[in-house]
Design a protein around this ligand. Sequence first.
Ligand code: HSE
Length: 294
Amino acid sequence: ARVRVRVPASTANLGPGFDALGMALNLYAYVELTAVSGESVVRLHGDNLDGVPTDKSNLVYEIAQRVFRRAGIECPELAINIASDIPLTRGLGSSASAIVGALVAANALIGSPLSDDELFQMATAEEGHPDNVGAALFGGIVAAFWDGERAEYVKIPADPRLQALVAIPRFQLSTEKARHALPKQVPMRDAVFNVGHSSLLVAAFCQGRLDLIGKAMKDALHQPYRAALIPGMERVLAEAADHGAVGVALSGAGPTLLVLVERDSPRKEELESFLIDTLRREGVEADTMWLSPE
Ligand code: HSE
């Protein structure tokens, strides 16, 4: 038996929805599993998987074994092929794509005994937050909350009028380091600020209120603390709207910056130059990519 799955990249937080909102993007990772009779083997394809282990500590292998155990099925040996167009450790959900790819492929290989909800719970517990894995598993925009035991989510379709422009700096930033920059406690007014903005953002997506999205994508809980790790970010956040952006945020834990743009905007080139030039002025070389919500 052989199963191949394709999993989208994802951008988490969308500004105010820290650990709560995620959106899938049309850039993919691929996981192929084949049950074999010999020794397990892991093969990596492409340039985005440097440093990923190919022994039994490989995340896809480990997660597949967990799926089999959970389903009460004897663990088969596996030939695993992994390929990814999602850059590693850049804030585009590469680890979520590996986790979700492994879960979905392993489950499919044994006839899908686990429900999507069970896969979501396992993915969230593995990742430690539900935003990237929710979007990677369900697509669209996912609003979710995880209490440490169970995660609940609602999927909202992404607005087809919107495109995403990402600026991917040529340096890696681990989620761990970017989470370490956050304070243990925040002022009440900042919490209120984010509850309001995140609620407004979700409602604006639901009603297609593109006019409100930029105003709602403001954050006081993580972006200000992470700014020091991404030179040029503050200026991009402050000025992207002046160059035609509908909304702008740090993508997940960064360092990638996410800009939402109307698909038929006449200012796309201007916006792209603004992003590249602003980051370059701070000494950050970045690659841009035009993506669509998935
Ligand atoms: N919500 C997470 C964070 C996403 O911002 O740290 C990164 O994986």
